[in-house]
Design a binder for this molecule. Structure first.
Ligand code: NA7
Length: 545
């Protein structure tokens, strides 16, 4: 090699007006809106394709818990007219196809760069630009950095000794291999019983040789009641899109299900039980979000409903001792994310499925052959880690983000995120944290709220461009006001009482052993109103130069 070839090439960083990190549901839409504005924008995506959550999570059983037609984008009539959902709760391959179809329809794919993991982003105060460093060594520069990095994209393996020692196949559900995994006759361990574990277990129980489920804390699960959508039903859905999106716009969670305005006490017992039976037999999140309004507020009412669900579990699980282990004791129904299940409880009636309660027999270590609990060692062909995510802030923490004066975002957020409106952070100018903590999209049906937030950001960006502004930033005073509003959403909500990723806990991440305020819990209608008011008042809380 000549000396010239040995020397690293000094390239000027690729320059864009806007860089978007992430090509998932949010990144696709913000890119589309930027291109409509005539902005020179590029998307940097770590995956080999677009889709974000729906690109990565290829585990068996991965599917929507929101009705498919309430999850799709609402902004484009042609897409609404053309796309047919095959199931009320579509499985991951269909959703990934949908997002690819949308990207092609909007012709945005050519502005996306794949296999680009962003390692760092640093703000330069002299030029008011961000320099983004990629894992492949490249640097890019932009005026405005938009994060669309997902709320559940930083997968966490359990902090159990020996995870690297296992000699069989092992994977976190988020990184389920793209090549088919042969489960037939295999001995499989699943560690974790959150929404993901519950989907996997229900799906694979009758496809594997042996399945051992390692459960630390059970969750309150409810039947999904998925069903196929025939051509007539899809035609009706297409005719009803206006109503569907109007309904999603008015419910607190942006779903088709909003709380029943009645309180528990005002409904006679027989009528109440009939209502609960109806909810249990109905598809989707209605049982969680369409229940009496005080079920998620009042401990005693919640206990009544939890007892109703506990009975359902006892009815569905043959062995009373196993049923008892599957009934949560440390939190009430709905105070953690309710996993929606298909054949989940029935899986435990199968002779090839064993439930190991880690409270009785904790995992001591993973060995080269399998899992060793305090009472025995079991050998496996496959270990599935359904152990969740460093939720909402994890994807930010995994990028070394440096703002004004060398301040690190990870340091600023060490005890919990600090934002204004969930979209901006003081000391980090020209950065919009779309789909980030303390916005409504992370506490709701993601797409409708992300569409709203992206539209809001697009209007803002259009105005900045029209006025020739170079720099936008929020202030600590605005953040202080916002955190008070965020905290007020937690007051009186049972969601704030349970330890889960909703409340910022993750036993596998150092320091995430206390409550963090990650979500806007005052409801998406109010959040949208807040965004609108801020815009109407000339972007109050922002300094624009
Ligand atoms: P979750 O809901 O955070 O669930 C993770 C599960 O893994 C949960 O049962 C945990 O038990 C268990 N876990 C985590 N670490 C360990 C260790 N070290 N040992 C044993 N068990 C462990 O993540 P999901 O992926 O299921 O769901 C995330 C969201 O994705 C979901 O809400 C949907 O919105 C989509 P724990 O309860 O902490 O005792």
């Amino acid at each position: 090699m000549s000396q010239q070839q040995d020397e690293p090439q000094q390239h000027e960083p690729q320059q864009h007006e806007v860089i978007i990190i992430g090509a998932g549901v949010c990144g696709i839409y913000i890119l589309h809106r930027m291109l409509e504005l005539g902005v020179d924008a590029t998307v940097l995506e770590a995956g080999g394709g677009l889709g974000g959550t729906w690109y990565w999570n290829r585990y068996p059983g991965a599917r929507f818990d929101s009705e498919s037609y309430s999850y799709g984008y609402s902004f484009n009539q042609e897409i609404l007219d053309e796309w047919n959902w095959s199931e009320h709760f579509a499985a991951q391959p269909e959703t990934l196809s949908y997002l690819n179809y949308v990207a092609d329809k909007l012709d945005v794919r050519r502005h996306m760069q794949f296999n680009c993991r962003v390692n760092a982003a640093a703000f330069d105060e002299d030029s008011d630009t961000w320099t983004v460093a990629l894992a492949d060594g490249r640097h890019l520069r932009c005026n405005l950095l938009l994060t669309a990095i997902g709320m559940l994209s930083a997968a966490t393996l359990p902090n159990i000794e020996g995870v690297e020692d296992f000699q069989g196949q092992a994977f976190h559900t988020y990184y389920w291999p793209q090549d088919p995994v042969d489960l037939a006759d295999k001995k499989v361990a699943v560690i974790g019983t959150g929404a993901t574990g519950v989907q996997v277990i229900g799906e694979i129980a009758d496809k594997v040789g042996e399945l051992v489920v390692y459960q630390r804390r059970p969750n309150w699960c409810a039947p999904l009641h998925n069903a196929a959508i025939d051509a007539d039903t899809m035609a009706q859905i297409k005719d009803s899109y206006d109503d569907i999106f109007a309904k999603c716009a008015e419910t607190p969670g942006g779903f088709l299900h909003g709380p029943d305005r009645r309180s528990f006490a005002e409904v006679p017992e027989a009528e109440r039980l009939a209502f609960w039976e109806e909810l249990y037999a109905s598809p989707g999140f209605g049982i969680w979000l369409g229940n009496f309004r005080d079920v998620l507020i009042d401990f005693e009412v919640n206990a009544e409903f939890s007892a109703f669900i506990a009975d359902k579990i006892r009815q569905r699980v043959d062995d009373p001792a196993v049923a008892d282990k599957l009934i949560p004791k440390d939190h009430g129904f709905g105070s953690r994310r309710v996993p929606m299940e298909t054949r989940y409880y029935e899986a435990y009636n199968r002779p090839n499925v064993t439930l190991v309660d880690l409270n009785d027999t904790p995992i001591e270590r993973i060995t080269s052959e399998g899992v060793k609990t305090s009472d025995q060692q079991r050998a496996f062909d496959i270990i599935v880690y359904a152990t969740g995510f460093d939720a909402i802030t994890g994807a930010f923490d995994r990028i070394d983000i440096t703002g004004v004066g060398g301040e690190k975002l990870a340091d600023k957020w060490r005890d919990g995120p600090i934002t204004y409106l969930g979209v901006a952070v003081a000391g980090f100018p020209n950065l919009l944290t779309l789909a980030g903590p303390q916005g409504a999209s992370v506490s709701s049906n993601f797409p409708p709220n992300i569409e709203y937030a992206v539209n809001w950001a697009t209007t803002l960006i259009a105005q900045l461009r029209a006025r020739g502004c170079q720099r936008i930033e929020t202030t600590e005073a605005a953040e202080a006001m916002w955190i008070e509003e965020i905290k007020s959403g937690y007051e009186g909500s049972l969601l704030a009482t349970a330890k889960s990723w909703f409340t910022g806990y993750n036993s596998n991440v150092e320091g995430h052993d206390k409550m963090r305020y990650l979500m806007y819990l005052l409801g998406s209608p109010k959040y949208r109103q807040r965004l609108d008011t801020v815009a109407e008042q000339g972007y109050e809380g922002f300094t624009i130069q």
